[in-house]
Design a protein around this ligand. Sequence first.
Ligand code: AMP
Ligand code: MG
Length: 357
Amino acid sequence: MHGKRSLRFLRKAVWIFSFILAPALLTAGCKDADLPDAETQEAYQTELFAMDTYMTFTAYGDNAQPALTDVADKIRELESRWSVTDEASEIYAVNHSRQGADVSRETAELVTFALDMAEKTRGALEPTIYPVLDAWGFTTEENRVPAEKEIRQLLKSVGHERVSVDENHIILEDGMMIDLGAVGKGYAGRIAAEILKGQGITSALLDIGGNIQTVGSKPDGSDWRLGIQSPFGEGSLGILEVSDKAVVTSGNYERYFIGDDGRRYGHIIDPSTGYPADNGLASVTVIAEDGRLCDALSTSLFVMGTEKAADYWQNHTGFEMILITEGGEIYLTDGADGRFSINTDSEAGVHIIQRET
Ligand code: AMP
Ligand code: MG
C-alpha cells in the first residue's frame, strides 16, 4: 500500500454498515418497487467523483432522485469554485492576483469560517499551508522530503492572520496561497444535507470519501450504524451509532509516502514546524451536527495531539471525538461513549475523557 499510485485517493475512513440493513438500496438511481414502503422507503443512490474523492449519496423517499441530482450539481459547482489548480476557480484567482479577487458569498463565508477556526485552534488549522504542502509533493503526488531550509523559507508565506477578507474580496500577501482542502468536503456534506432537507428528505446517508453526513435517521427510525476504520489496516475498529450528524475522520494513514530514509510522511502538516504532524495520534474522528466544523476540527485536533485535543474539547462544546493513538489506545469523549461499540477482538485500551466541571 506504500506505492504512490495506491495513495492517489483517500482510503475510506468510515464504512457504512447500513447497507446490510436496507435491502432496497443498492441499485443506483432506481427504486425497488417490490419492497413495501412501511418497511423501507424507496432508496436512491448517486455516485460521483469530485474534490479528489469518491462520493456516494443515498437518500430515501419519493423526492430523493431529483434532490440527489441537485446535490451532485451543487458539489460540482463548489469544486469548480474551490479548486487550487483550476485556473477558472475563485480560489485560483485569489491565489494568483496581487490585488486579490472577488469571490462568491459562499466562498467568502467558508474562507472566513476557516480563518476563524485557524484562530480558535491557534493555527493548528492553517488554510494557508499550501506552499509547504506543495513542497512535500502532496499536491502532485510527486512526494519528496524538502530540505529544512526550504521549509523554513516557505513557512514565511504561511499565516492565516495575514489573509484579508473584505466582504467578498480576498487579498493575500505576496507568495501566500489559500486552500480549503481541510474544510471543503465537510462543508459539501453540510450543504448537501441542507439541500436534501429543503426538499423534504428526512433520511439520507452521504459518504464523501469516507467522511459521513447523515440526514435524520434510517428510514425505520433507528440510528445509522457507521464502522470507524482502524488506522492500522483494513477493517473496522468499532461501530458508531448516530442520527442527523456528520462524522469526519482525519489521519496521516489516509495519504502518505515513505521517504528514502524509510520514514513515513503524512499529508497533514503541523504548521508550527512545516513537517507532517507526528505526535502519536493515528486518527481523529469528530462527530457534530455541522460537517464543516467536523472537518476543520478533525484536521486540527490531529495536529494538536491527544493532550491538546482533549484540552480543546474541555474548552469547547458542540462536538464529540474519538482519538486513536499509534499505540492503539482509544480515547472517547463522554458523549461518544455509549454510541461507539468497539469490536470485541480489539485489544486496545479504552479511555473516556470526561467533562471537568
Ligand atoms: P483532512 O483530510 O480534512 O484532514 O484535510 C487534510 C488536507 O488539508 C491535506 O490533504 C492538505 O490538503 C490540507 N492540510 C494539511 N495540513 C493542514 C493544516 N494543518 N491545516 C489546514 N489544511 C491542512
Ligand atoms: Mg478536515
